[in-house]
Design a protein around this ligand. Structure first.
Ligand code: MG
Length: 391
């Protein structure tokens, strides 16, 4: 018997906030998707994990997936609807001699081993089985003016969650049949199974296996994750230093903030010394080289690049190692421009790029009393330190 997990991550939903779909949002030490992959990957019963992604998300997917994710097949691009995305994933698994498949939403990071095993076990007796929660709330049907028209008895009503498990050939055939019939309005796979005449068994699941859809869901998820047992983390400090010289121009970039000035800073990228020093501090704490190694100035790709890309890459490395960032601190050394008026903007910008609360970002500045190259107004230097917590 070969069991596969099919993770549907092709949605573009950004209602949970930010500009990334919620499955790529960060949840403590991992992305939402990273938690899902870990939950399935750790189970001996699961042989393969197939993720279906949006065709535009290949690079964000690569960043979101932990380097040590187990049993993971290369992702396949999804279709225009959830239903078509699932079909694409099933077709990709068709050559793997899979006997049972568990279809799961990438935005449900709290799926637990117990539920997964119960769904698998139920498939011995039934062609389909889904994780679901009996309704606890009383249901009202609304009429015009938001008046209650009717109270719906909740007896026998369940909320469908995922995973939804099926015998592989049955669900692949049902999906193919639905596609051929021009049906593309099924909102879950149990509904397709039902349409195809396959009996589907309800496996009682925990309400904590909720789908992250809104900013409130994401906040709830962040709270919940803090109560889950975490591996022991060790503090690892890193430092970074960077200098760029002035050249003709009318602004400098510091911490991702555009600051008007009598000169610009010369560099292959946008010459943001603050973000470069922070990138090196993060890479230093990881023991993973420096910015020049990962983004060589000899590579035309980084010409004029916005430096938040470098820092985001370093931060993604922390995540892939299962670590987190405790704080970041930076000192800017220059005679001008004055940093004070821009301090809060720089803090907010660095915090956003690093996924930190602004309270965990320090931004300080000093002149060098007219001494040295910064004193002679030849350029700007920045020093940074970060504290990481790594397993
Ligand atoms: Mg630099």
């Amino acid at each position: 018997m070969t069991i596969a997990a099919l993770i549907v991550a092709a949605g573009r939903g950004t209602r949970a906030g930010g500009d990334l779909p919620k499955q790529y949002a960060r949840l403590d030490t991992q992305t939402v998707l990273g938690w899902v992959l870990a939950a399935f990957g750790e189970l001996d019963e699961i042989a393969h994990i197939q993720v279906v992604i949006h065709p535009d998300d290949a690079s964000v997917y690569d960043q979101a997936v932990p380097a040590d994710a187990l049993k993971l097949l290369p992702p396949v691009p999804g279709g225009a609807t959830r239903q078509l995305s699932v079909l694409a994933g099933l077709e990709a698994l068709a050559s793997k001699a899979v006997t049972k498949v568990l279809i799961h939403d990438a935005a449900r990071p709290f799926v637990n081993a117990d539920t997964i095993r119960k769904v698998i076990a139920a498939l011995d007796a039934h062609p389909g089985a889904l994780a679901a929660v009996p309704l606890a709330d009383t249901l009202k049907r609304a009429a015009a003016g938001e008046l209650v028209a009717k109270t719906i008895p909740r007896t026998g009503l369940w909320r469908a969650q995922t995973p939804q498990g099926f015998r592989f050939d049955d669900i692949l055939n049902a999906h193919r049949k639905a596609a051929v019939s021009g049906r593309d309005d099924f909102t879950d796979d149990a509904a397709i199974a039902e349409w195809a005449g396959l009996p589907v068994f309800l496996v009682e699941d925990s309400p904590t296996n909720f789908k992250i859809t809104t900013p409130v869901d994401l906040r709830m998820a962040k709270k919940l994750i803090l109560t889950s047992p975490a591996p022991a983390l060790l503090p690892c400090a890193g430092t970074g230093f960077d200098v760029h010289r002035f050249c003709p121009g009318d602004h400098v970039m510091l911490g991702g903030v555009r600051i008007p000035h009598t000169h610009a800073l010369e560099g292959h990228s946008d010459a943001d010394v603050v973000l470069h020093a922070l990138t090196d501090a993060v890479l230093g704490a990881l023991g993973e080289g420096d910015i020049g190694q990962h983004f060589p100035p000899s590579d035309a790709k980084w010409k004029g690049a916005a430096s938040h890309l470098f820092l985001e890459d370093a931060v993604a490395r922390v995540m892939r190692r299962g670590g987190r960032i405790a704080n970041a601190d930076v000192t800017v050394l220059c005679e001008a421009p004055k940093i004070g008026p821009h301090r809060d903007a720089i803090r907010a910008s660095v915090a956003r790029i690093m996924g930190l609360d602004p309270g965990r970002v320090g931004v300080k500045a000093t002149t060098t009393e007219g001494l040295g190259f910064t004193g002679r107004r030849e350029g700007i230097a920045a020093m940074a330190s970060v504290m990481l917590l790594l397993p």
